[in-house]
Each structure stands twice: as C-alpha cells, then as structure tokens.
Design a binder for this molecule. Structure first.
Ligand SMILES: [Fe+2]
Length: 362
C-alpha cells in the first residue's frame, strides 16, 4: 500500500494570521493592473547578470539577495542614535514609560504597523533619523552599488518593537516590497540597525533564494488583487501559506538576519521577508533607509517627493518612484490625537539633506 501523503510543513506559521497593516488617512490603494510602473532600471540587474566578483559584501548581495555591511556606523554613535530613538519614543502624549512595562500597551503608544513600524507622526523626518541617514558609512555602500553618489533617500519608517507585549495580536506577514509587475532586480532596500539582533532578538527574517524566483513565481501565480486592508502602495505584495510552501519547495528557507548595532542590512526588494518579534528583553530599534540614483526619478515623482518632505510625511521604501504618502496616523476611525505637523526636532536643512530629499537638484 502506498504511504499516506504527508501534508507539507512550512517554517512560516500563518495559522493565526491577523492583519496588522495600518489604514491610511487618505484611503488610496494602487492596483497592480492599472498603476503605471515608473522608475524602472536595470543598473543592479546588469551587475548580477555579469557575474563580476567584487571582493566585498556586494558578492553576497547579488548571490543571496541580502547582506550585512558591518560597522557602517561606529558602535558608540549607533548607541547614541538608539538612545535618541528611545527618548523620542518616550515623548508621545499617551503615558508610555520605558521602565514601566505596565505602559507597554497600545493605548500608551503611537499607532504602529505590526507592533513596531512607525510610519506617521513625521517620524522619518526627525533630526536623529536624518543624521543617521546621512552617515557616510551608510551612504557609501549604496553609492558603490549604484555607481553614483547622486542619490535620493526613502522616507519610510522607524521601527521600535517592545518585547513581551501581551496586548499585541501578531502573526507573520511575508511579503515583498516590489510590485509583481515590476520585473528584475530594481531596488536594494536597507535597515540601519541600532540594537542587537541575535537569534532571539527581534529582527529581519527572509526566505533565502526567493529573490531569484520572483519572476517564476508570478509567471506561475498571476498576482491576485490586493486585500482591502493591504498596504496601498504599488510596490508591495503579500503571500499566503501556499505561496510560502511553493518557495520552500523550490529550495528557499527562512532565516533570521543577524546584525549588531551600527550594521547596515541591505536586501533585494524581491526577497520575501517579514520581521520576528523579540523573544529576548532587547527593544528592537532600527531605521529603514533605502537610496537610489536621483536620475531615475521622473519630474512628476521628484516634485511629489519634495512636497511630501515639505510637510514632513512618510512614504515607502522606494526613494525615486512608488512615491506614496502614508498620510496621518489613524487611531481607529479618527486621526490619532498625537499626530504632528512637524518632527519634534526638525532636521538641519543642509545641502546634503535637501538633495537626498529631492528638494534641491544635483
Ligand atoms: Fe518589507
């Protein structure tokens, strides 16, 4: 008698899936079928195809779809940014006190996506965030990757994830930050890591090898329309458990990217990923930062980006296209009373900041 078929198992447990995506105050949702693809480029794809040996972290980035650039920010400076992050996080008017765990609940915290991503409240334009994004050791790897230092930076989010929260409904949200209709290696996204990210700490998890399977997956599985509560930006796609099993059947496996404070994580936007919650006592503290060449942006997108900068709004992981304002934080059906028109501490408007923001031209 033939053995009974064994149900495939997966390393990603989506059995308790509850969406932690945030509503946007403007309610716009871009659709794959009708949204124009802007900012397409083959600058990175060409390097991957040429198989050049760089002798540095780029070899791992192109072969595995992710890498960790060690010590992009000196340790002491990274610790300083982390202190500023936690100070800033303690200044929302909801009663959160970092040393009092009874205040580690949603009512005392700003509105965050999936328990940690702060995309509103002008977070991405705080002085400390801009200073970290202007660190030479953070900019240099992206300049190397793209072959230019005339870059734009993303205004995406910061992530402060408190460990051990009892009130948090959380489950994996495997996704890619690239539209299924945008083909090839088009964007390398980044995390400026400010807290220890060892095996039990919160951090980035990804399916190794999934970036190389991106086109094949969508050829075999035409993109489904977005769920109503999915993020509204164009360059985003969420996966089901069956999808994950397909990737695992094709040799991918889920790994946690380990990094120390001051390291820069860079990954191919076609890599399936999501975060792990901290199991340790360490508060996960990171800044998302992606850089792409300014010349890739259309006139329309650069104007939109500059306008978003002027009113201190957040966007997406993409710096030169997919410019999608995150709007105001919604607490339930109304704008969060803690929303702000500007950061607590405004960035210094240096030439570098204005150029990275798309306000001043190179
Ligand atoms: Fe993502």
């Amino acid at each position: 008698m033939a053995p009974a078929a064994v149900a495939p198992t997966s390393t990603v447990d989506l059995s308790t899936y509850t969406s932690g995506y945030l509503k946007t105050s403007h309610g716009i949702q871009h659709d794959y079928a009708t949204t124009k693809i802007g900012g397409a480029t083959d600058i990175l794809a060409k390097q991957a195809q040429q198989g050049v040996v760089f002798g540095d972290w780029r070899d791992e980035f192109f072969s595995k779809g992710y890498t960790v650039v060690k010590g992009a920010i000196p340790r002491e400076k990274a610790d300083g940014y982390r202190r500023k992050a936690l100070d800033w996080f303690s200044q929302f008017p909801f009663g959160f006190v970092v040393n009092d765990k009874s205040t580690w609940t949603q009512e005392h915290l700003p509105v965050m996506m999936n328990g940690g991503m702060i995309m509103n409240y002008s977070a991405t334009h705080e002085k400390w965030v801009w200073e970290a994004r202007c660190e030479p050791g953070v900019l240099e790897p992206f300049a190397k990757l793209w072959g230019t230092d005339e870059l734009l930076v993303s205004f995406d989010a910061v992530n402060i994830t408190l460990p051990g929260r009892k009130d948090l409904k959380w489950s994996p949200w495997p996704h890619v930050d690239q539209s299924p209709t945008r083909k090839g290696l088009s964007c390398a996204q980044g995390i400026i890591n400010l807290s220890q990210s060892g095996p039990t700490d919160g951090g980035l998890q990804l399916l190794t090898g999934s970036s190389a399977l991106f086109d094949q997956f969508f050829k075999e599985h035409p993109p489904k329309p977005k769920a109503k509560d999915a993020p509204g930006q164009f360059d985003w796609y969420g996966f089901t458990l069956d999808d994950i099993k397909w990737f695992e059947d094709h040799g991918c496996r889920l790994i946690k990217v380990e990094a120390e404070p001051g390291d820069l994580i860079i990954w191919d936007s076609r890599t399936v990923h999501y975060a792990s919650l901290p199991k340790s006592e360490t508060i996960r503290t990171i800044i998302y930062a992606t850089y792409t060449p300014a010349k890739l942006a259309t006139e329309e997108d650069i104007k939109l980006k500059a306008d978003i900068f002027r009113h201190y709004e957040g966007t997406t992981h993409w710096p030169h296209c997919n410019i999608f304002g995150q709007g105001r934080a919604m607490r339930g059906d109304t704008i969060c009373p803690g929303e702000r028109d500007e950061p607590l501490e405004k960035p210094e408007l240096t030439d570098q900041v204005l150029k990275l923001a798309g306000v001043k031209r190179y």
